[in-house]
Design a protein around this ligand. Structure first.
Ligand code: TYM
Length: 376
């Protein structure tokens, strides 16, 4: 019997549960689908589309068309994204960051990256402030390891940089009523008041560039769709404060290695963390849920189902750049010509190669992290 409660879709900035129906999210959140026409408009500036766009990992947006209209008129935009440092980074978090780097390279824009050590302290009962501050530092190393440059990337550590953020946060907070915040975020009587104020702080980097440079330009936010509620309230008040409404480009969730659900740090067995050693990665992938059949004979005869296979999705979204090779893997799987063991072994090799490089770059980032600290 299907457990209705367990299957029920919940997508909030703090919880993602059940089978995620992305079409339904577009309708319920009131975002726009990322159309072929819009993808082609992006390609005019980026050349060949990034694989996360080609394979429709990024699937929805708000005002991306407006951002491109303005860009065509000579008004640039800044990029903004972030991380809630409640633990170590997993490869799902890297998805929007890799895409952000691509946009930054192609459009030559500044990135503001917010490390929300304050958010994770107020939201997570068991975390101490020193811990979230420390995770913020450690998680920033993962960001830098992806190749961002200090010249056009500013990392905001909320607790350290609060003096920079506070005046704008107050302007934002004053214009959002409790009833809007409760309806948007589902606050309860038991929710602590730090958490209730918190969305005002996540809004600030949308507007920070104007304060720092005097240039009033819009922000474009690449992130998974779970962060969208923040932008709904921020967009409502942006014009009142004299700023552009922030625009978004939303991605799907990289799934965990289990059956259903996004990759999430709360399920470490089915998540691959950037600091995982090779044997651990191998073990996790070996236990992964695939689209394979119960026996080798059945698989040879009936073929597998890449649509439901976590391993195939990791190839598609991160680890197979070549469209032809991906299509061939899919064909072989469906035809029963390739077994799950082979895909698992190949994926393990690719992930471990990527992580070995990433971990080296991450260590080197310790020497340059201060260059990324936001300057006033
Ligand atoms: P956090 O730490 O929950 O997530 C960081 C970023 O990773 C995305 N994400 C995923 N993307 C693909 N697959 C997954 N399985 C997956 N899990 C998480 C999130 O959407 C996010 O983009 N409150 C925020 C921090 C923040 C922020 C921002 C995020 C502050 N300002 C601006 C995005 C944009 C948070 O806790 O993110």
């Amino acid at each position: 019997m299907v457990d209705e409660k367990e299957n029920e879709m919940v997508v909030t900035p703090w919880e993602v549960r059940g089978r995620v129906d992305y079409e339904r999210l577009i309708r319920e959140f009131g975002t726009q689908p990322l159309t072929e026409e819009l993808r082609q408009r992006i390609a005019r500036y980026t050349g060949r589309l990034h694989l996360q766009l080609r394979r429709k990992l990024f699937f929805s947006h708000r005002d991306l068309d407006v951002i491109l209209d303005l860009y065509e008129k000579g008004i640039k935009f800044v990029l903004y994204t972030g991380r809630g440092p409640s633990g170590t980074v997993h490869i799902g978090h890297l998805v929007p960051w890799i895409f952000t780097k691509h946009l930054q390279d192609k459009f030559k824009t500044r990135l503001y990256f917010q490390m929300t050590d304050d958010e994770k302290f107020v939201v997570e009962d068991e975390l101490k402030l020193e811990e979230t501050k420390n995770f913020a530092y450690e998680n920033a190393l993962d960001l830098i390891a992806l190749g961002f440059e200090p010249e056009n990337t500013s990392i905001i550590f909320d607790v350290k940089d609060i003096a920079l953020l506070y005046d704008i946060a107050l302007e934002v907070a004053k214009r959002i009523t409790y009833s809007t915040a409760r309806a948007t975020f589902g606050f309860q009587d038991s929710t602590n008041i730090g958490w209730i104020f918190w969305p005002a702080i996540q809004a600030v980097p949308c507007f920070l560039h104007a304060k720092l440079t005097g240039e009033n330009v819009p922000a474009l936010i690449p992130a998974a769709i779970d962060q969208d509620p923040y932008w709904r309230v921020t967009r409502d008040i942006a014009l009142k404060l004299g700023y552009y409404k922030p625009a978004q480009i939303h991605c799907r969730f990289l799934p965990g290695l289990g059956k259903g659900g996004k990759m999430s740090a709360s399920e470490p067995e089915t998540s691959i963390f950037t600091m995982d050693p090779p044997e651990v990665v191998k073990q996790k992938i070996w236990n992964a849920f695939t689209g394979g059949r119960a026996t080798v004979e059945e698989q040879r005869k009936l073929g597998g189902d890449p649509n439901i296979c976590t391993i195939f999705q990791y190839f598609a979204y991160l680890f197979e750049e070549d469209d032809k090779k991906l299509a061939e893997r899919e064909r072989q799987c469906r035809a029963g010509e390739i077994l799950c063991g082979k895909c698992k072994t190949e994926l393990t090799e690719r992930i471990n190669k990527f992580l070995a490089e990433h971990q080296k770059k991450r260590e080197k980032a310790r020497n340059i992290i201060e260059k990324f600290y936001i300057k006033r």
